[in-house]
Design a protein around this ligand. Structure first.
Ligand SMILES: C[S@@+](CC[C@H](N)C(=O)[O-])C[C@H]1O[C@@H](n2cnc3c(N)ncnc32)[C@H](O)[C@@H]1O
Length: 285
């Protein structure tokens, strides 16, 4: 390379400016850079998290769980989480939400799990490791070339969940992390009688503008907001955004049949901040 070309190569210019280009695989999310391997400390951490979840599930979802059982689930999660081969979790779930996803699958034991929005495949990995052997796993991702982690246990689709022919099956857990308005999923949920639904990016009127493409109206908005607005607008990194925001009483009727629980912010208990707002609705008995 000539001296001229070398001087003007992008990496050298960036380095002079104090920047460095690193490959996706080389970037480590905080959860993989900041941790403790001290087992006695971890046992205390798991117990504190388990006690919080036990209280939360009983108060909000009428779910009774055994503390020792949850401690063991959190312990399993922590080990599985650390072994994920791709350590850049940007654009998907981080430690806290993945922990909640893992715990719910372990305690609810769904017979079928549908993941809508795979991206690189981190949450597929969590689902695969939490599910029992017989669980049917369906993964949906229109941009299949983005998937880095695939499992043989799942069947993959590119089309939207509403276009997939789904057989009748009791005890299905659906995980929506696809940026489609949560409101648009309500008819399908009722029609298919899905038992458990996890929604990611469940923003509300106080925080929706942190996201460039939130699934508005979200299930949180449907639960907590007053019908009446037609549109909602905001600014995201200098871009003007506007979305339809019509919530009606029919949408709200979902809560006659389902209990709602927002995943807690576990920062104080795990040392990691949640990557996004998530929640679960569970069919009432
Ligand atoms: C936030 S990412 C999913 C992250 C992943 N669940 C994780 O935490 O590792 C959202 C993904 O949804 C996909 N997507 C967009 N529209 C979709 C649809 N209608 N059905 C399923 N996935 C969709 C996008 O291509 C993108 O990869």
């Amino acid at each position: 390379m000539s001296k001229f070309k070398k001087f003007f190569s992008p990496n050298i210019i960036l380095r002079k400016l104090g920047y460095k280009i690193i490959k996706d695989e080389e970037f480590l999310s905080k959860e993989f850079r900041r941790l403790t391997n001290d087992n006695s400390v971890n046992k205390i951490r798991y117990k504190i998290i388990a006690e919080k979840l036990k209280r939360d599930f009983s108060d909000n979802l009428n779910l009774r769980i055994n503390t020792e059982n949850i401690i063991s689930i959190i312990d399993q999660f922590d080990q599985i989480f650390r072994k994920f081969p791709f350590k850049n979790l940007e654009g998907g779930f981080g430690y806290n939400n993945a922990l909640m996803l893992f715990v719910f699958i372990k305690i609810l034991k769904p017979l079928r799990i549908i993941e809508s929005g795979v991206f690189k495949g981190f949450t597929t990995y969590i689902i695969e490791n939490a599910a029992v052997e017989q669980t049917e796993i369906i993964c949906i991702e229109p941009n299949e070339d983005r998937i880095k982690y695939r499992t043989k246990k799942a069947k993959y689709y590119r089309q939207d969940i509403s276009e997939i022919r789904l057989s009748e099956k009791e005890n299905t857990l659906v995980f929506f992390d696809d940026h489609v308005p949560h409101k648009n999923r309500l008819n399908l949920i009722k029609e298919k009688n899905f038992q458990y639904i996890i929604f990611d990016d469940d923003v509300n009127l106080s925080n929706f503008y942190h996201d460039g493409d939130p699934p508005i109206p979200t299930i949180n908005m449907i639960k907590n907001d007053h019908p009446g607005y037609k549109t909602i607008n905001w600014i995201y990194d200098n871009q003007k955004k506007i979305k339809n925001y019509e919530i009606n009483e029919k949408d709200k009727s979902i809560f006659l049949d389902y209990d709602y629980y927002k995943f807690p912010e576990l920062f104080e208990l795990t040392g990691y901040r949640s990557s996004s707002f998530s929640s679960i609705i569970i069919k009432k008995n």
